[in-house]
Design a protein. Structure first.
Length: 265
């Protein structure tokens, strides 16, 4: 887990010290975050596979404007697809419509297949655009950006602490599991195993609470007053405005064409 959430590592790609930012990375992070959010909302609202695929091509083209390693990006996309593949496979057999073929007595409908393809394309387009626009943003920079966008401070703090300490929690879990193995614990389908796993997670919560209290006391000793100071300076430039307008026009055109197609047919 720690290799995904390094303390100062960018989201989506490992930091490489001394390298110049990519084309996308040179824009104001506030514009990138808002653009990624709007793109996700608008793509989810698309109803036609053709326009969803167009959004996917736009997201794929954005990848080449970043310094994202293509192989690593595809691996992460495949990991995301692994979570939804079961649902996509089941949709043709659970959605009523025109039968296309039968498998073990179950009919697969054309409408269900198109719906599954639509969901898959939309999900991949959103994730790919998120990786593209947010690549190069460290968790701290992302938290500062969300705070400047007037997101609730409690939500920003929760995100930043989660990213910072999830690897610590993961290490603590492995230490507890190792201690159980050294005492001869072997997982089986028994009541003793279930009870031991329950104790494991209970102790993990106890130790997490103790560590959280120690961290809070340490932060108070350093003058923490409930908010993080913004030490970076963000300047909205003309090129950022051009990106925002261009992105808005592109998203609006996709949604408008999709709605025109729906109303026409």
């Amino acid at each position: 887990m720690s290799h995904l959430f390094g303390h100062d590592q960018p989201l989506g790609v490992q930091a490489s010290g001394g390298t110049a930012p990519s084309f996308v990375g040179s824009f104001d992070p506030r514009v990138r975050v808002v653009a990624a959010g709007l793109f996700a909302v608008m793509v989810v609202a698309l109803h036609q596979v053709e326009f969803a695929f167009g959004a996917f091509l736009v997201a794929l083209g954005t990848v080449f404007l970043t310094d994202l390693p293509l192989r690593l990006t595809l691996k992460r996309m495949a990991a995301m697809d692994g979570f939804i593949i079961v649902m996509l496979v089941m949709l043709p057999f659970t959605t009523p419509g025109t039968p296309m073929f039968s498998l073990l007595g179950a009919d697969a409908s054309k409408e269900g297949l198109m719906h599954a393809v639509l969901i898959g394309v939309r999900a991949n387009a959103v994730v790919l655009m998120m990786l593209s626009l947010l690549s190069g943003l460290s968790p701290v920079a992302l938290g500062h950006t969300l705070y400047r966008l007037k997101c609730p401070a409690a939500l920003v703090h929760l995100m930043m602490f989660t990213v910072r300490y999830i690897s610590v929690l993961h290490d603590e879990y492995h230490r507890l599991r190792m201690a159980m193995k050294l005492r001869g614990f072997r997982a089986r389908n028994t009541f003793h195993t279930y009870r031991s796993i329950g104790y494991l997670f209970g102790m993990l919560l106890v130790r997490s609470l103790e560590r959280a209290e120690r961290v809070l006391e340490a932060m108070k000793c350093r003058g923490f007053s409930g908010h993080f100071p913004m030490i970076d300076h963000l300047e909205f430039k003309v090129r950022d405005g051009m990106l925002a307008v261009g992105f808005g026009v592109m998203i609006g055109a996709l949604v408008l064409l999709d709605r025109m197609y729906v109303f026409a047919y």
